[in-house]
Design a protein around this ligand. Structure first.
Ligand code: PMP
Length: 393
C-alpha cells in the first residue's frame, strides 16, 4: 500500500486511504450528467435521479447494519454523529432527566460534548475502565440513576483497540429503560454490527475509517419516529429535520460503497490483519522488551498500542520520521504534549505512559511491510541507545 522511499503508513486508525472501488463510484457520480442535481429538488428529473442515488445508498447501508433506511441520518462524520446523539437526546428529553453515563476513555467528540452539557446543567458520570482497558458492565449498572437519560459507550477504543462489552451494556440499558449510544467509528466495516441482534438506539460511524472518503458518516437513530432528537442545526429540513443542508450524493455513495466492500471482504480482512498484528508482536518481541497496553484478547486486530522499555514515544517517532508514520497516544490529540488520557484512565503511569505508541493496520498492508516496520523500530531504538538520547531517566 505504501509509496517507495516514503515512510511506511501504519496510522489507519486515524484514517485509511480511499479504496479504488470507492473512488471509481464517487468519480462516476461527480461526473454524472444526470445525477448531479440537488437530491431535494424532487420537482424535476435531475433531482429525482440524485435522490434515487441517495435512497439506494441509504438502503444499502441500512441492510448492512440491520436497521431501516429511514433510520440512517447522514452527517459529516462520527464527530457530528456523536454530538447529534448526545446533545440531541439531552436537549429533547431534559424534562425526563439530566444525567448521562459515559466512560473516561471516549473520543473527544463525546467527552467535549459531555463537558458542554455539564456547563449547561447536566450531570455526567465518567466511568473508568479496568486496567485491561474496558468498562465493566457492573460499573455501568451502578452508575444508572432514576434521572439517567442515556449511556454512551464506544465500541472500540481508538488508542488501544480494546472493545467494550456493548452487548452486556445494551441489555442493561434495555432493562433500565435508558437509551444507548455507541460510537462505532473504529468498528463499523471491520466487525459485523447487526442492529437486529443488539439493541443499540444510536450508532455513530465515519466512512474514512474503512476506506471511504473523509467528511461523511451517519448517525443511525433506531425507532426514529418515537425517539425524539433535537437537531444541532436548523435549515431546509433534510435528513428528517435532524441534519439540514444539501446532501452530497458522491460522499454518500462513497460511504455506502466502502461499507459494502468492507462487508464483502470482512472475514478475509480480519484474518489478514490478525496475522499482521500477531507477526508484528512476535517479531518485535523477539528483539525488544514490549509492553502491550490493553487486553490483547479483547482488542481489535486493527490496532496495537505498546511501549518499549526506556523509550519515550515522541523521541522514537522523531527517530522514525523518515521510516514510519505512526501515532503517539491518540492521533486526534497528538499535536498536544499531554500524555494519553485513555492510558492514564487505565492506571498506566510513568515510563510506559510516556512511551506509548500506536500502530494500526489495514487490508492493504503486507507481511513484508510489517517486518520492515519491526526492523525500522529496532534500528531506531538501537540508534537512540547508542546516542543515549531520549530515554526515560
Ligand atoms: N470516535 C472515534 C472512536 C474515532 O476514532 C474518531 C476519529 N478519530 C471519531 C469518533 C471522529 O470521527 P471523525 O473525525 O470522522 O468525525
Amino acid at each position: 500500500m505504501n509509496e517507495p522511499d516514503k515512510p511506511l503508513y501504519f496510522d489507519t486508525a486515524a484514517t485509511t486511504a480511499v479504496a479504488p472501488e470507492v473512488l471509481a463510484r464517487m468519480i462516476d457520480l461527480l461526473d454524472s450528467k444526470h445525477a448531479f442535481a440537488n437530491p431535494s429538488s424532487s420537482i424535476h428529473r435531475y433531482g429525482q435521479a440524485a435522490a434515487a442515488v441517495v435512497a439506494s445508498a441509504r438502503a444499502e447501508i441500512a441492510a448492512e447494519l440491520g436497521c431501516e433506511a429511514d433510520e440512517v441520518v447522514f452527517t459529516s462524520g462520527a464527530t457530528e454523529a456523536n454530538n447529534l446523539a448526545l446533545r440531541g437526546v439531552a436537549l429533547a428529553h431534559a424534562a425526563q432527566g439530566r444525567h448521562v453515563v459515559t466512560s473516561a476513555i471516549e473520543h473527544k467528540s463525546v467527552l467535549e460534548c459531555c463537558a458542554a452539557l455539564q456547563r449547561e446543567g447536566y450531570a455526567v458520570t465518567y466511568l473508568k475502565p479496568n486496567s485491561a482497558g474496558w468498562v465493566e458492565p457492573d460499573a455501568v449498572a451502578r452508575a444508572l440513576r432514576p434521572d439517567t437519560l442515556l449511556v454512551s459507550l464506544q465500541h472500540t477504543n481508538n488508542e488501544t483497540g480494546v472493545m467494550q462489552p456493548i452487548a452486556e451494556v445494551a441489555d442493561l440499558a434495555v432493562q433500565a429503560g435508558v437509551l444507548l449510544h455507541v460510537d462505532a467509528a473504529q468498528a463499523v466495516g471491520k466487525f459485523k454490527i447487526d442492529l437486529q441482534q443488539i439493541p443499540i438506539d444510536l450508532l455513530a460511524l465515519s466512512a474514512h475509517k474503512f476506506h471511504g472518503p473523509k467528511g461523511i458518516g451517519c448517525l443511525v437513530v433506531r425507532n426514529r419516529r418515537q425517539l425524539r432528537l433535537q437537531p444541532l442545526m436548523y435549515g431546509g429540513g433534510q435528513e428528517f429535520g435532524l441534519r439540514p443542508g444539501t446532501l452530497a450524493p458522491h460522499q454518500i455513495v462513497g460511504l455506502s460503497t466502502a461499507l459494502s466492500l468492507a462487508a464483502k471482504r470482512r472475514t478475509a480482512d480480519l484474518a489478514h490483519v490478525r496475522e499482521l498484528k500477531r507477526r508484528f508482536l512476535q517479531q518485535l518481541g523477539e528483539c525488544l522488551p514490549v509492553q502491550v497496553h490493553g487486553e490483547l484478547t479483547r482488542s481489535s486486530p486493527y490496532i496495537i498500542n505498546f511501549s518499549l522499555a526506556g523509550i519515550i514515544s515522541d523521541a522514537l517517532i522523531n527517530q522514525l520520521r523518515d521510516d514510519l508514520a505512526i501515532a503517539s497516544g491518540s492521533a486526534c490529540s497528538s499535536g498536544a504534549v499531554e500524555p494519553s488520557y485513555v492510558l492514564r484512565a487505565m492506571g498506566i503511569e510513568g515510563e510506559p505512559l510516556y512511551g506509548a505508541v500506536r500502530l494500526s493496520f489495514s487490508r492493504d498492508h503486507t507481511l513484508a511491510e510489517v517486518s520492515a516496520a519491526v526492523e525500522r523500530i529496532v534500528a531506531a531504538v538501537s540508534r537512540m541507545k547508542e546516542l543515549e538520547i531520549s530515554e526515560v531517566k
